[in-house]
Design a protein around this ligand. Structure first.
Ligand code: PGU
Length: 402
């Protein structure tokens, strides 16, 4: 019999979000009348906006014509979309042939790990999106589970005491560091000077930054950077991953992109972009052409306006949730430049608070410990939801009072 990939058996539990869904189903089965509201997984809820929808439907219709049909396309994506992304988000800092279109940020995060292999040293913000650690475990780069984390992963605590920005002195030599801003789950956005210190530390240590900007379009403070490439020196130490999921509701449509600058080299001097091109052409066959037509529409002026309105809507939800929590005396951060609120329940276990909120309020949340050891005693509230559901969930939250 074929043997199992050790990385799979080395995972400590199921992936966080299916586990939450399982607990929700269990509760639902025991309480069939409960009207459960999900503020758990960050999944978009509002319909596609008109202009972007017309880009998608027009793209699909074109496939039904002799002149408009297309099959496999360039694995790197439509040239027009690569050009539009370079122009809309990177203001001259990135060339269109450094933009690789994908079927989403999560899928690219998985494939990016192929660049580095099992020997690479990995650092993550703690807490952070669980795919960085779980993906590292899968490729055998995480070492053994110690009971509170993986021995081969450098956890960089991002907590109130350090303003949710890590101490970078622990960054491993010649390793990789996953950095997400706005951060999932804390909602913290790194400032320009903080990102400059990250680029400086990575350059000094020979580390490559994998910068996840999936929530960049939620940034409202104009002083905060939306891309790592706004920082001098980032072209030679950073890869950036991004997505259409959260800004335009393409969580189900599936479309994202990754930027790999030509200046980026491994410690041995080899070109990273050439390897990324090799990976994309070998184990990826390009993003859906229909999705890419939707992406093109999103980056026209009408689409960009819709993107702003949609992200404003979810940020409106975030403000409602944060006000409700603070009204109950629960300390929280986030929600102003990100669609997540990070709420603190001192002295409690995250999964216990998760269970209490589900039982008393019939609201699904995400336990902070699922994002790393420093997430213990926190709960993440997602702002993705219909307005009426968010308001109803907030009306129920006072049941949490002891
Ligand atoms: N990057 C970050 C930081 C994310 O939070 C998410 C989704 C993604 C990437 C995924 O982007 P795609 O382009 O759609 O692949 N995070 C959600 C959904 C959970 C999940 O497993 O992806 C969340 O609730 O954290």
């Amino acid at each position: 019999m074929a043997t199992r990939n050790y990385g799979l058996s080395n995972l400590t539990a199921g992936y966080l979000f299916p586990e939450i869904a399982r607990r929700r189903r269990e509760f639902s089965a025991a309480h069939p009348d409960a009207k459960i509201i999900s503020l758990g997984i960050g999944n978009t809820t509002e319909p596609l906006t008109a202009h972007i929808d017309s880009g998608l439907t027009e793209g699909a219709r074109r496939l039904g014509t002799a002149s408009g049909y297309s099959g496999y396309g360039d694995e790197q994506g439509l040239t027009a979309l690569r050009e539009r992304i370079a122009a809309a988000f990177y203001g001259g800092k990135i060339a269109s042939d450094e933009v690789f279109i994908s079927d989403g940020a999560k899928c690219d995060i998985g494939r990016l790990q192929l660049l580095f292999g099992p020997e690479v040293e990995v650092a993550v913000q703690d807490p952070s999106y669980p795919v960085y650690v779980d993906g590292s475990v899968l490729i055998g780069a995480a070492g053994e589970w110690t009971g509170s984390g993986y021995e081969g992963i450098t956890y960089l605590p991002c907590v109130a005491a350090n303003g949710y920005f890590p101490d970078l002195s622990a960054l491993p030599e010649d390793g990789i560091v996953y950095f997400c801003s706005p951060n999932n789950p804390t909602g913290a956005v790194a400032t320009r000077s903080q990102l400059s210190s990250l680029v400086k530390a990575a350059t000094e240590k020979g580390a490559i930054i994998i910068y996840d900007a999936a929530y960049a379009e939620y940034i409202r403070d104009p002083a905060l950077p939306k891309s790592i490439y706004e920082i001098e020196g980032a072209r030679s130490c950073a890869i950036e991953v991004n997505s259409f999921s959260k800004p335009i509701g393409f969580t189900g449509v599936r479309l994202g992109w990754t930027v790999v600058p030509k200046d980026l080299k491994y410690s041995g001097g080899e070109s990273v972009i050439e390897d990324w091109n090799r990976i994309c052409t070998t184990v990826f066959n390009g993003a859906s052409n229909i999705a890419q037509y939707g992406g093109l529409a999103a980056l026209e002026s009408a689409g960009l306006k819709e993107m702003r309105e949609l992200t404003d809507f979810y940020l409106g939800n975030a403000a409602i949730i944060r006000a409700a929590l603070e009204g109950l005396g629960i300390a929280c951060v986030g929600g102003d430049n990100a669609p997540y609120i990070w709420a603190r329940f001192p002295g409690r276990k995250s999964w216990d608070v998760f269970a209490e909120i589900l039982e008393k309020c019939h609201v699904v949340t995400t336990p902070g410990s699922g994002f790393g050891p420093a997430g213990e005693s926190f709960i993440r509230f997602s702002a993705f939801g219909h307005r009426a559901d968010v308001e109803e969930a907030c009306r129920r939250l006072p049941a949490l009072r002891p």
